[in-house]
Write a protein that binds this ligand. Sequence first.
Ligand code: PGA
Length: 238
Amino acid sequence: MKPLIAGNWKMNGLSASVQEVQKLIGLFSGSVPDDRDILICPPATLVGLFAAEFSDEGIAVGGQDCHANASGAHTGDVSAEMMADAGAAYIIVGHSERRADHAETDEAVRRKAQAVWRAGLTPIICVGETEAERRAGREKEIVGAQLSGSIPAGDDAYVIAYEPVWAIGTGLTPTPGDIAEMHAFIRSRVRDGVRILYGGSVKPSNAKEILAIANVHGALVGGASLKADDFYAIIKAA
Ligand code: PGA
C-alpha cells in the first residue's frame, strides 16, 4: 500500500504559511515523490489557497473537520461539499480534539464520514484511547467500539488514523510492539486496502522506526508538520 503522510496543522497557519509549504517543495528539489501520498490539512481558511497553490505540485490538501449536512443554518460550520469546492481531497473526522472539545460522539463522527463520501472525498477517521483507558488495559475495547461506531456502512474508501490521546502533542509514543499490536487489531476490523496511519508525537527522530512497523501505512503528524524541515524528514522516512 502506498504510504500516506498527512500533516494536521490544527489551528495554526496564516496566508504567509504558503512559504513554509513552498520551502517543503523546495527541499524535494521541486519534484515531490509520487511513491507516497503527501497531504496537508491546514485550517479551513487556507484550504482554498493551498489547494490552488499546491494540488498540482504533488501535495494534496485536506480539511480538519466538516459538518454532516451539505448546507443550511449552521453558523460557523463548513460542509464537506464546501471543502471539496475549495479543492480538498481528504477530510479528517473524529480527531480526539474534536471528540473532546466539541463532544463529538461516534455517531456524529460516522455522519461526518458519510458526508465526506457524499462530497466525493476520502475521510480520515481518527480513533484512540486515553491514558487512563490504556492503563486499565481497555485500549482495544475502546478502539474497537470507536471503529464500530465511527465507520459508516458502505464500500467507499476511507483511512483510519490510530492516535492514542496520551501521545498527541506530548512527545510520548507507544512502544513499537504496542503500535504493532493495535494496528494488527485494527487491520482485522477494517476492509482490505484501508490504510491505517499512526499519529501522536511522530517526529523526524522516530518516524523511520514507526513507519517500518507492520500495518502502519503512514502517519498523521501534528506539531512536526508545521516545519518544512521536520515534515520533509518524516516524508523521507516513509
Ligand atoms: P502531534 O499531533 O503530532 O502534535 O502529536 C498529532 C495529531 O493530533 O494529529
